[in-house]
Write a protein that binds this ligand. Structure first.
Ligand SMILES: [Zn+2]
Length: 132
């Protein structure tokens, strides 16, 4: 079966619990996911990703939960066909990533993960621009 996620997880990567949240700590989350440094992190060149500079990993809704606050505490933004609900903290402006309700996918901006070392990420350059 094909993976429902844009970037399939490496089969033998160790699954860890990652935690993160926004700058003002209004909203916190955790999710189970393979080692972030062992997989491709998506750097997309679409008009929106270019503006906000998020570096994304993808997980399924059932692997992700809010540990402080909830989706209702976040502002959302959508454009184009409106399939993707981009999420922001309305207080500090942190870009969390997004929810893709049809498909049950949660997009996580790796910049919001606790203790992330951006220099160690393996960036995969996605050409979102030509798909819009
Ligand atoms: Zn915040």
């Amino acid at each position: 079966m094909a993976s429902p996620l844009p970037v399939p997880s490496p089969k033998d990567a160790e699954v860890k619990l990652h935690t993160g949240g926004c700058h003002c700590k209004r909203v916190r989350y955790e999710f189970e996911h393979p080692d972030i440094y062992a997989m491709a992190v998506v750097s997309c060149n679409c008009s929106f990703c270019e503006d906000r500079g998020s570096l994304n990993v993808y997980t399924l809704e059932d692997k992700f939960r809010f540990t402080k606050g909830s989706a209702d505490d976040l502002t959302t933004y959508s454009f184009g066909e409106g399939r993707i609900m981009h999420r922001f903290c309305p207080t500090c402006g942190t870009t969390f990533g997004a929810a893709v309700p049809r498909g049950g996918i949660v997009v996580i901006n790796t910049r919001t993960i606790d203790g992330i070392d951006l220099q160690r990420l393996q960036l995969y350059k996605a050409d979102g621009r030509s798909k819009m």
